[in-house]
Every structure is written in C-alpha cells, then in structure tokens.
Design a binder for this molecule. Structure first.
Ligand code: 9MR
Length: 356
C-alpha cells in the first residue's frame, strides 16, 4: 500500500510539472526529459553514487542516471576491499564498467575512496609488518588505482573520515597506528604524483553537526593547504536529516568555502526518520519539510563562488536503493527520487534552487 501510494503521488507530481510542448515543434522524447533535467539545468555538476549491479540490470535506474546526472561516484566499486582484494590482485571490472559508462554518457567520475579505516580487505587487517611495509601498502594502492584511471577520473576522495566522530582528534585506525598522523599528507602527495591533474579531496561527515567537527575538518584541510600539500577540495558528505536547522547546513557550506578550497557536497541525503520509527508514514508535511531542506542546501551551495563549486552528489539515486533503510532497518525516504524512480517534491525544489 505504501509503495502504491507513493507511486500515485509520484505520478501526480511528475504530471503536474511536465513542460508544455509546442504543437508545431515536436521534439524527440529523449530531449524533452533532458531539457528539464538536473544535469542540464544545474550550473555545476550534479551527481549520484551509483551501484554497478543496478546500473547493469535495472533499466529504470540506468535511464534515470543517464538523464539526470553528469557526475558519478561509485558507491562501493572503487573501495579498497573490492578493487584490491589480495595484496597482488586488483579487480577492476566494476570500476572499469563505471568509468566506461560515464565516458559514454559524458559524465565526470569522482573517485571514492583511496584511504579509509573501513572496508579493508582481510589481507590488510591481518598484515604484519613495520611502518615501511605499511607505507608501501598505502603508496602502492594509491598509485596503482590513480594511475589506472589517470585522465579519466577527474577527482578523488584521497582520505575519507580520518577524524573521529565528534571531531576531537584523529580517528584510531590501522593507518594512523602504523603510519603516524602524517599519513594523511603523504596520501595526497602519492595521489598527486600519480595524476597531477586530478583534483584531490579530503572527505568527511558531520560538518553540519556543529562547530567542533566543522572546525576540526576546516583546521585539518587548512593545515595541509598551508604546507603546500596537494589538496584541492573538501568533500562534505552531508548525510543529514529533515529537522536539522538550516543554520547548521549553512555554516558547514560557508566555512568550507571560506578555506578557498573547492567544495563538494559529496554524499547528500536527507533522512526523514532519524528516530527509527518502524511505523512512520511519509506524509505530505514531511515531504515538504524535506524538500525545503534540499532547497536550502542546494541554494546555499549555489551561492558560493562558482570557481569553488565542485558539485553536489546524492548518496544513491532513489528511495528504492538508499543505504539508509538497510543500515538502520527502518523505513525512510531520503532522496529526490521515489521508489519508482519518479521525481519528488524535493527534486523540483533542487531545480529551483540551482536555477534561480
Ligand atoms: O553506501 C555504502 C554501503 O553500501 C557500504 O556497505 C558502506 C561500507 O562500505 O559504505 C556506504 O557508503 C558510505 C561511504 O562510502 C562513506 N560515507 C558514508 C557512506 C554511508 O555509510
């Protein structure tokens, strides 16, 4: 029933917003959709994190990605556990598929990610060696992956989530304990050596939590920049919620831009069920509050200097494939497209925000 209802709502919203077509000038159907798409109307790249299986096997998903986005991030396919499963084995199949797909459809690829405390393969978690041997693992991984996609992957999340949850310091990890705190700077240097033209990002979550995490992120990247470490941007994941106050999102975006680095809202989604209510209904009031958050975030981003706008990427494509429902085992509807891949109110508010 829930799915059926949102399908009907999706159809209604979709229909109400169709552009009128002049009778004497019929355009091919493909172009009518493309004219009103995010990729055509946004002045900066608009992307999504994509799942390679869905891209291959679900036509509605694939078509939506092709029509709406001009940037893609692999949700998982470029993570070390998948791309580098054994010390001397790389599995490029899914990442290659995505890069080929992006080129075919004139999209930018944002690489996610090179160094992270999570998603490590067993050969790394069980690795025994001195810090030179660990350094070799990090350097070889970064340079092998970046070199393979040199000139084809425009930008990379070089280091992901190196700060702890609250921003009180660096997160405990195998990288930190074996390499010391300056592993972050060296990761950027290794990536830059492998592809001097790639834009390199520090990516983290919680810029919108409040001043402690926000300032910790800003201090970390500013420190790297001041040492002339080749860092070009801040990725702010922004997995946020429909009832967070606007000033938190605003402070996150404007403080990142104030560093002079490029800004990527790299994993945007807006949860509506942060309290894990198993019986929550996605009411029109909740939808409209969520759409207003999307509007505010997209407009605030739109208003920073255009040279700093790397783009906005949503984490997943639609409410049918969001990571949130699986991870938290709750109903939720965090994305601009519904379970049937139809545009939601949030979608139209984003269009309005980026195309004033
Ligand atoms: O959405 C991703 C999920 O499918 C994976 O199981 C998980 C672990 O690799 O990572 C999720 O993506 C995360 C991203 O890589 C980093 N920021 C938080 C994202 C959501 O957890």
């Amino acid at each position: 029933m829930k799915i059926f209802t949102s399908f009907i709502i999706g159809l209604l919203v979709f229909d109400c917003n169709k552009q009128p077509i002049a009778d004497n000038n019929p355009e091919p159907e493909e172009e009518q959709t493309a004219d009103t798409s995010l990729r055509n109307l946004s002045p900066f790249p608009f992307g999504a994190a994509v799942n390679i299986n869905l891209l291959k096997n679900r036509p509605a998903y694939r078509n939506l990605v092709i029509e709406e986005f001009n940037s893609v991030t692999a949700e998982n396919a470029m993570k070390i556990r998948f791309i580098h499963p054994q010390q001397n084995t790389y599995d490029w199949a899914d990442a290659d598929y995505l890069v080929d797909f992006a080129e075919e459809h004139d999209m930018r690829v944002h690489g996610h990610n090179l160094v992270w405390h999570q998603n490590l393969p067993d050969w790394i978690t069980s690795f025994q060696g001195d810090s030179a041997a660990w350094e070799n693992i990090m350097k070889t991984h970064i340079q092998t992956v970046v070199t393979r996609y040199k000139g084809r992957v425009a930008s990379w999340d070089v280091v992901n989530e190196a700060l702890d949850n609250d921003g009180h310091g660096l997160r405990e990890s195998l990288w930190l304990s074996n390499l010391g705190p300056d592993y972050i700077a060296r990761a950027f240097e290794y990536a830059h050596e492998a592809d001097p033209d790639a834009l390199l990002f520090y990516n983290d979550y919680g810029n919108e939590f409040g001043p402690t995490k926000r300032n910790a992120i800003v201090d970390l990247v500013t420190g790297l920049k001041n040492r002339n470490i080749p860092i070009h941007g801040i990725g702010m994941q922004m997995h946020t919620r429909f009832n967070r106050e606007d000033n938190f999102h605003e402070a996150a975006i404007t403080s990142a831009a104030a560093t002079g680095l490029m800004v990527h809202i790299s994993e945007l989604d807006i949860a509506v069920n942060p309290n894990n209510d198993p019986n929550l209904t996605y009411t029109p009031a909740i939808q409209s509050q969520q759409a207003q958050k999307y509007f505010h975030i997209a407009r605030t981003f739109h208003n920073i200097a255009d040279t700093l706008r790397h783009g906005i990427t949503t984490w997943n494509v639609s409410d049918a494939d969001t990571w949130i429902t699986g991870r938290y085992e709750r109903p939720d509807w965090p994305l601009p497209f519904d379970e049937n891949y139809q545009r939601k109110t949030a979608y139209y508010r984003i269009l309005e925000a980026v195309n004033p």
